[in-house]
Write a protein that binds this ligand. Structure first.
Ligand SMILES: Cc1cc2nc3c(=O)[nH]c(=O)nc-3n(C[C@H](O)[C@H](O)[C@H](O)COP(=O)(O)O)c2cc1C
Length: 179
């Protein structure tokens, strides 16, 4: 191998190493971003289902729309795809263990959880924010689907929000007013 070929080979190795590190650096950046915490619910043939998400955002005001990003392997995504409906239960600061439970596999997530059926989807009692949606579009995005939801109903109650930061649950702490 000539000196030039060796240099090119090392550049390829360095580029491959850099590419391998990128996902972990990206994960670290995203872990430092404070996100809201919601439980997305739907009613499947087997009963109510719910999944904890942080990737939820308001999308449009006219008409009112939201977006939720769900892993393509999500069981909830399958139900939303077949029923065309989902509910967003925005968690409060006292609901960290509920949110942790709805992210776990292999348990009955609804055991002991109070809920009502509204607009065909489960509404979790005590969540400070509630939005019922008709799923209008599923847009592929990498290994997730972006679910676009047309808002059918919305309601809120007072309460401090539940936030997620560096894999830890917390809440919003207002800064003292300037001056
Ligand atoms: C704080 C937190 C935020 C999460 N955010 C998302 C998210 O935005 N999208 C997603 O697909 N999964 C998210 N997850 C992971 C899912 O809750 C988890 O994979 C769940 O087991 C999926 O359940 P399912 O397959 O029944 O839908 C999050 C988990 C936690 C603890």
């Amino acid at each position: 191998m000539t000196a030039i070929q060796t240099e090119v080979a090392w550049e390829a190795v360095a580029a491959a190493a850099e590419a391998m590190e990128l996902p972990s650096r990206f994960r670290e950046v995203m872990g430092n971003v404070v996100t809201p915490v919601s439980i997305v619910t739907a009613l499947g043939a087997g009963g109510p289902h719910g999944t904890t998400v942080s990737a939820f955002s308001s999308l449009s005001m006219s008409p009112p729309m939201v977006l939720v990003c769900l892993d393509r392997g999500s069981d909830l995504l399958d139900i939303v795809r077949s029923t065309g409906r989902f509910g967003l239960n925005v968690m409060g600061s006292g609901q960290a263990s509920l949110a942790a439970g709805f992210a776990r596999k292999g348990i009955d997530r609804f055991a002991g959880v109070e809920w009502t059926l509204e607009h065909g989807v489960p509404r979790l009692t005590g969540a400070p924010g509630w939005v019922a949606c008709a799923a209008t579009q599923l847009v592929p995005g990498g290994d997730h689907d972006i679910v676009l939801g047309l808002v059918l109903d919305a309601g809120s109650a007072d309460g401090a929000p539940l936030a997620y930061h560096r894999r830890t649950f917390g809440t919003h702490d207002p800064l003292p007013a300037d001056g």
